[in-house]
Write a protein that binds this ligand. Structure first.
Ligand SMILES: [Zn+2]
Length: 92
């Protein structure tokens, strides 16, 4: 089935996601069309924000919106890179 350009583009992007087949991609695209404009914009904005703000902590390599992450900057959970080089890791 041929879709108009904006719809085809939306389906193509959904189909590129992991676990999304052609039928699901079409269903999601129709769902987006059914959404209120504000809801669709909020979804688009959430994707943009996630991509812009989330990265990997340079200490623990977990996902974070700050670098180093809140855990690594917390005095209770000292980042491993700030450990003394002589002591190294203990236990495991
Ligand atoms: Zn961290």
């Amino acid at each position: 089935m041929r879709y108009i350009e904006p719809m085809a583009k939306l389906i193509e992007h959904f189909r590129a996601l992991p676990g999304i087949g052609s039928k699901t991609a079409v269903r999601l695209a129709y769902h987006i069309l059914d959404m209120e404009p504000a809801q669709a914009k909020a979804l688009a904005q959430a994707i943009i924000e996630a991509k812009e703000k989330i990265g990997f902590c340079s200490c623990c390599f977990n996902l974070s919106d700050t670098d180093p992450c809140a855990i690594c900057t917390s005095p209770r959970f000292m980042c491993s890179t700030s450990w003394s080089s002589s002591s190294g890791r203990t236990g495991g």
